[in-house]
Write a protein that binds this ligand. Structure first.
Ligand code: PLP
Length: 377
């Protein structure tokens, strides 16, 4: 029988965040893109890893410009003592602009109205801006043909300090780089056009993880590195020019082992039925913790170094694992993904099984799951 201590000390669901792995990944990326700078992307709570500890770790290790998606995310970092410049990818609301400027945030511009808002705000210092140029992503960014007054207005503005120019790939993580190359060529054409302009941005950046891995010409002055700093390749189609270590280890434990007869249905909808009398382990995590319901009859876990399948519908709080005759008891550690002493489960492989991407899985680990930080922060 497992000792009582393990009931309280070891039997828990948690996401271990290995900050040493994060730094190793960042250094490998830095080496790969040098002399370009790396801008670590820590939006969405650092892709579920915890924005404050991740941002503090990167800030203390020489990465001096961070990126988030929202004003609120940038404020959270400032309020937690992260003093570095922070680029905000999303569009600010007019009332957020004065606070953003005095906090030293880098504001993304998408259209002339953004410049209007900045010029009308009562600012005590100039706004440092990065222009997002639409080259084919089809999300946000200046469309020059539709907004011909944008750049003349920016060049004439004393309130906007033009620090950065960027664009974003939509297909850099695909094997076929035809469209990514088209976006890159549009961006480069614009860089040629602005050569003679009286003001030019000091920081040109385009590459996301896919671009970092596979499109060296897109590295320019800086790269915006998201998913690879957390140890995951963005897709199975990119090359793997540097080794990455998974930063998050998501684990839980066996809460119950049961013997069920032949022909017994498991979980909601009876989507899996025992083909013989067999043992089923229950783990105390479900879709409310970040195990997608799509893993029903598709997911796998690692227990004592061996893989076992998830069977039956993943429920909100509990998931069933078919363990057959394997020696197993309540309290045994269950690896959901990441690295552990007994082996590893690659998140990208799990994501592929359910037709999603590693981003969605790490972002989906809910607040109910305790983050345990290991290493520097
Ligand atoms: C504008 C922008 N740049 C960079 C990134 C980082 O992308 P990735 O995680 O693929 O490196 C993102 C993330 O979606 C983004 O929205």
């Amino acid at each position: 029988m497992a000792p009582m201590l393990s009931m309280t000390e070891n039997n828990k669901t948690c996401a271990e965040i290995h900050l040493g792995n994060l730094l190793e990944n960042l250094r490998a990326i830095q080496q790969h893109v040098a002399p370009a700078k790396v801008i670590p992307v820590v939006k969405a709570d650092a892709y579920g890893h915890g924005a404050v500890p991740v941002a503090k770790t990167v800030a203390q290790n020489g990465f001096d410009l961070l990126a988030v998606a929202q004003f609120k995310e940038a404020m959270e970092l400032r309020d937690s003592g992260v003093a570095h410049p922070i680029l905000i990818f999303g569009r600010l609301l007019p009332h957020e602009i004065p606070v953003a400027v005095s906090a030293g945030f880098r504001i993304s511009l998408f259209c002339t109205e953004d410049i209007d808002w900045i010029e009308k705000a009562s600012l005590t210092q100039p706004a440092v801006v990065h222009v997002n140029l639409e080259t084919g992503m089809g999300r946000v960014g200046v469309v020059i043909e539709n907004d011909p007054g944008f750049f003349p207005r920016l060049l004439a503005s004393d309130t906007c300090v033009w620090e950065g120019l960027y664009s974003h790939f939509s297909t850099a993580d695909e094997m076929d780089k035809t469209y990514a190359d088209l976006q890159l060529s549009r961006f480069k054409r614009f860089l040629t056009d602005i050569k003679t302009w009286p003001k030019k941005p000091a920081l040109i950046h385009m590459a996301n993880s896919g671009g970092i891995l596979d499109i060296p010409e897109s590295h320019f002055d800086a790269v915006r590195s998201g998913i690879i700093i957390y140890g995951h390749y963005p897709s199975v189609e990119t090359s793997r020019p540097m080794p990455l270590k998974q930063v998050m280890t998501f684990k839980t434990y066996v809460s119950h082992v049961r013997l069920l007869p032949q022909g017994y249905p498991i979980s909601y909808g009876r989507r899996w039925v025992t083909s013989e009398a067999t043992r089923i382990a229950v783990i105390p995590v479900g879709y409310a913790d970040g195990i997608p319901r799509a893993m029903t009859n598709k997911g796998e876990v690692l227990i004592k170094g061996a893989r076992y399948p998830m069977v039956g519908t993943v429920t909100m709080d509990q998931t069933m694992i078919h363990i057959g005759d394997a020696p197993m008891e309540r309290g045994d550690e269950v690896l959901l993904w990441g690295e552990s002493a007994s082996g590893s489960l690659e998140l990208l492989e799990l994501a592929e099984k359910i037709n999603t991407i590693p981003y969605e899985l790490t972002c989906g680990v809910s607040a109910r799951v305790q983050r345990v930080y290991i290493g520097q922060s």
